[in-house]
Design a protein around this ligand. Structure first.
Ligand code: HEC
Length: 192
């Protein structure tokens, strides 16, 4: 107990991490704010774009058509929005459908710690990464619209089962109810 307390004090005084952080300069708060604002702009655009395409396709061809938007367009739309905003961006979760969306290393701990939470409780986060970049995480809630593809497995299966089984044999992104934390938007933004 004593040792733990002494160690904690050293860490709080900055004694322990000093060597590993030597040479790093703090990022001025206004630059952090500007970078986070750029991340949020890109995230808002990504959300609007994906939900917009989803609704469009649902109206045109129902869930069977809409699932191909998520499967065939989501990755490309995400990449091009990132490029336009000069940052990297994506969607992730503690339970992903597409393994490509597994959380990046810096985000893993935060995302695991919120697994199973209600979306309204989940807190956003900002991380200082290497090479003067910031990592930003924003929670994504499950809406009514989402459960046809992310809700109870039997219900999802009945609507779009074949496509999911064939395209995502390791799908872990079912079993969500409205209000559940479905996942996270993430962004890696250069600070300048
Ligand atoms: C028509 C089916 C469908 C609907 C409706 C749908 N999704 Fe998805 N979702 C998918 C597919 C397919 C993927 C895999 C896309 C990819 O390859 O990145 C996916 C991926 C995701 C991911 C990325 C993490 C992962 O699991 O791979 C998130 C986050 C997500 N969906 C959230 C939502 C939310 C929030 C809604 C409601 C607004 C929603 N989805 C509605 C089919 C759907």
């Amino acid at each position: 107990m004593r040792h733990a307390a002494v160690l904690l004090v050293l860490v709080l005084l900055g004694a322990a991490p000093a060597a590993q952080d030597a040479g790093r300069r703090p990022i001025p708060p206004d630059q952090v704010q500007a970078a986070v604002a750029r991340a949020d702009e890109a995230i808002a655009e990504l959300q609007k774009t994906l939900v917009g395409r989803l609704k469009e396709e649902l109206g045109r061809g129902g869930p069977a058509a809409a699932v191909t938007v998520c499967r065939d367009e989501a990755q490309q739309l995400t990449r091009s929005i990132g490029e336009r905003h000069g940052l990297e961006i994506g969607r992730t979760s503690h339970r992903v459908r597409n393994p490509v969306n597994e959380p990046r290393g810096w985000a893993r701990h935060w995302i695991a710690s919120w697994a199973g939470a209600r979306a309204a409780d989940a807190k956003p986060a900002t991380y200082e990464l290497d090479n003067g970049r910031l990592g930003v995480l924003r929670p994504i809630g499950t809406m009514e619209l989402c459960v046809m593809c992310h809700g109870q497995p039997e219900a999802v299966e009945a609507v779009i089962g074949d496509v999911l089984r064939e395209s995502y044999p390791d799908d872990r992104a079912t079993g969500f109810a409205p209000g559940d934390l479905r996942g996270w938007f993430w962004a890696e933004v250069p600070v300048n």
